[in-house]
Design a protein around this ligand. Structure first.
Ligand code: ADP
Length: 632
């Protein structure tokens, strides 16, 4: 039995494919975690890194609080079950199941005991003498599971184990695997691309897309509070209806006017209005309105709709309709007893309580739990100023902040689940007032205001913890999970220490009057006297600005990135860099590197289409405004 911690895990395959990005997850002992997402999103890669079958490019993997990045697969105490059962055809079921124990030189009596016990759990005791070819698909899959069980691992890893089975057997094996998890009381990590499989089996579902975790939560939470459009539309069948819309406001009431629906405005309930207000509204912009088919009702009087097709399923009816002149398709889930036929004209109503709204650009949900609380703030010495309050930072924290954060608008960013309700040494208190509360199945969402801040801070509170509107409360931010974002949601708080990029340099003028900067122990940079007019000869501290330089692509990398190679035009304005790590963001990539002559390491920011894994050694162009010279 073991819990796992995946901290900032990245996988970059040779050739620069970023399969997994900044994967963070705490997996509790005995839990059943499912990784789900479309093909190619990085699920198997993640599982294979946990198994030790794939190197971790960066980040840390802990099993039972032990760092296992460099521990060999066979010593990780895990067992993996694959999609292809990979049974040995010439061995019996008994031999297949006992084989790994035999390799470990277990005594025959112990092998027998373990195989028989596993066979009993899986109800395959009567198949032990058969060869794989004499088994059905479901039975083979059970043998594959049996082979894992006999090893009594701390963690079970299952990679699409049911995808070779037919639909009926798949549903049956789903329940069997869930039961097996209960019986074995061990941690399971399960990979599937099938959302129903995920939602019915896992206690935590990790939704992935393009190598990034989109959301990790209990199934009901993913359904009620999807953080973005991807999660909202990936889960749920039929899929959530998404309709482009405009926002409208009348007095203090907010509504959405659906694209193609002239006559009707869907008025939002008061708290929903307050939530979207919180996310910074722009009435000029288009938004995306979302409603699940389950939450559209057929009514006497409402939005006029025309039925295009009707599907009678076993226990419900799916209506495919269009609204307002056939411009917009909408799917409705109705009870089986409803009497509606194709080509009928009907009226629809949306359940106000279950309306979603997404930003069209970022695709973040504007309703419910935000993926991050983004609160405007500023930095002052070793403090973050939030409205009228100040949060003390320690030196360690400050050393991770990029210089840019000190002179541009920034936001404190913290996930709702990382807000703590009790004070301790490592977290920081903010005084707040409860504004309103939204009830969910597993928890309540509490919206609080901070003095002097025009935005709510949102967190989850357990159902037992009662809050009332107007309550004065304290919330606490754990510093290690409080980030600093710029306006584009790029993090200015690095996981690595952000270095100040200093080197000793001597400045002289050559015979043509050019300024020559010789970095001690490193390269020379040459600028014309027009570029650096007032610099005197002498010894200086050279400070390379973190965002003042540009990568010079070589031809090969430029081709891969579909960019023009940056040709060297200004000879003498380049430094050679060797990189050891990077932290890619939405728009930028923070690079940690070595440059000859510089103290320790250097940190600088480049555009995010550049990855050091494509070009670990490269040159940077240093313009005259890309550095400072401080007289020694
Ligand atoms: P999933 O399991 O979600 O289908 P994978 O983890 O298998 O996704 O793959 C994630 C990404 O990594 C894909 O773009 C895939 O093409 C790429 N990839 C997987 N294995 C390798 C490999 N050995 N070398 C290079 N790229 C790989």
């Amino acid at each position: 039995m073991a819990g796992l911690k995946l901290k900032h895990i990245y996988k970059v395959y040779s050739g620069g494919v970023r399969a997994v990005n900044d994967f963070n997850l705490d997996i509790k002992d005995k839990s059943f975690v499912v990784l789900v997402g479309p093909s190619g999103c990085g699920k198997s890669t993640t599982l294979r890194m946990v198994a030790g079958l794939e190197n971790i490019t960066s980040g840390q993997l802990y099993i039972d609080n032990n760092l296992v990045n460099d521990v060999e697969s066979k010593n990780r105490d895990i067992a993996m079950v694959f999609q292809s059962y990979a049974l040995y055809p010439h061995m019996t079921v008994y031999q297949n199941m006992g084989f790994s124990l035999k390799l470990r030189h277990e005594k025959p009596a112990i092998i027998k005991e373990k195989v028989l016990k596993a066979a009993e759990i899986l109800e395959i005791s009567d198949l032990l003498d058969r060869k794989p070819k004499e088994l059905s698909g479901g039975q083979r899959q059970r043998v594959a599971l049996g082979r894992a069980i006999v090893r009594e691992p701390n963690v079970f890893l299952l990679d699409e184990p049911l995808s070779n089975l037919d639909a009926k057997l798949r549903v049956q094996m789903r329940t069997e695997i869930t039961k097996l998890h209960e019986k074995l009381q061990t941690t399971f990590i399960y990979v599937t691309h099938d959302q129903t499989e995920a939602m019915t089996m896992g206690d935590t579902i990790v939704v992935m897309n393009k190598g990034f975790i989109q959301q990790a939560d209990a199934p009901v939470t993913l359904f009620e509070d999807p953080t973005n459009l991807f999660v909202a539309t990936f889960l749920g069948s039929p899929q959530m209806n998404i309709i482009e819309c405009d926002l409208v406001k009348e007095g203090d009431k907010y509504g959405v006017k659906l694209e193609g629906v002239d006559s009707n405005i869907v008025w939002l309930k008061k708290n929903t209005g307050r939530q979207i207000e919180n996310s910074g509204l722009d009435f000029e912009k288009k938004y995306l309105f979302g409603i699940r088919p389950d939450h559209v009702k057929v009514v006497e009087k409402g939005i006029p709709a025309h039925v295009e097709a009707v599907e009678q399923l076993g226990d419900e009816t799916i209506i495919y309709a269009t609204i307002e002149n056939h411009k917009q398709h909408i799917v409705v889930k109705a009870p089986l007893t409803i009497n509606i036929n194709s080509q009928d004209d009907i009226h629809l109503e949306f359940l106000k309580e279950r309306v979603y709204l997404f930003d069209k650009d970022s695709e973040y949900s504007l309703i419910g739990m935000p993926s991050f609380n983004k609160i405007p703030c500023s930095l002052k010495d070793n403090k973050i100023v939030v409205g009228s309050q100040e949060v003390e930072l320690d030196e360690e924290y400050v050393s991770h902040i990029l210089d840019r954060a000190f002179n541009e608008p920034i936001f404190m960013a913290i996930k709702p689940e990382h807000i703590e309700l009790e004070g301790n040494e490592s977290n920081r208190e903010l005084k707040a007032k409860v504004e309103f509360i939204e009830e969910r199945t597993n928890y309540n969402i509490v919206y609080v205001s901070l003095e002097g801040v025009n935005q709510y801070l949102t967190f989850r509170a357990s159902k037992e913890r009662k809050y009332n509107e107007g309550d004065k409360v304290s919330v606490y931010l754990p510093l290690d999970k409080t980030y600093i974002f710029d306006k584009d949601d790029d993090s200015l708080y690095c996981r690595e220490v952000a270095y100040k990029n200093t080197a000793k340099a001597a400045v002289s003028h050559d015979k043509d009057g050019n300024v020559v900067i010789s970095i001690q122990g490193g390269e020379k940079l040459v600028y014309s006297k027009e570029e650096l007019p007032d610099v005197e000869d002498g010894n200086y501290e050279f400070v390379l600005k973190q965002d003042g330089c540009q990568v010079v692509f070589n031809k090969k990398v430029a081709k891969k990135m579909k960019e023009k190679p940056l040709t060297i035009v200004n000879k003498g304005k380049y430094l050679t860099v060797s990189c050891y790590d990077e932290e890619p963001q939405h728009k930028t990539n923070t690079v940690f590197a070595k440059i000859n002559g510089f103290n320790e390491y250097v940190t600088f920011v480049v555009e995010n289409n550049f990855s050091v894994y494509k070009m670990p050694k490269f040159k940077i162009q240093v313009p005259a405004n890309g550095f400072e010279l401080n007289k020694k």
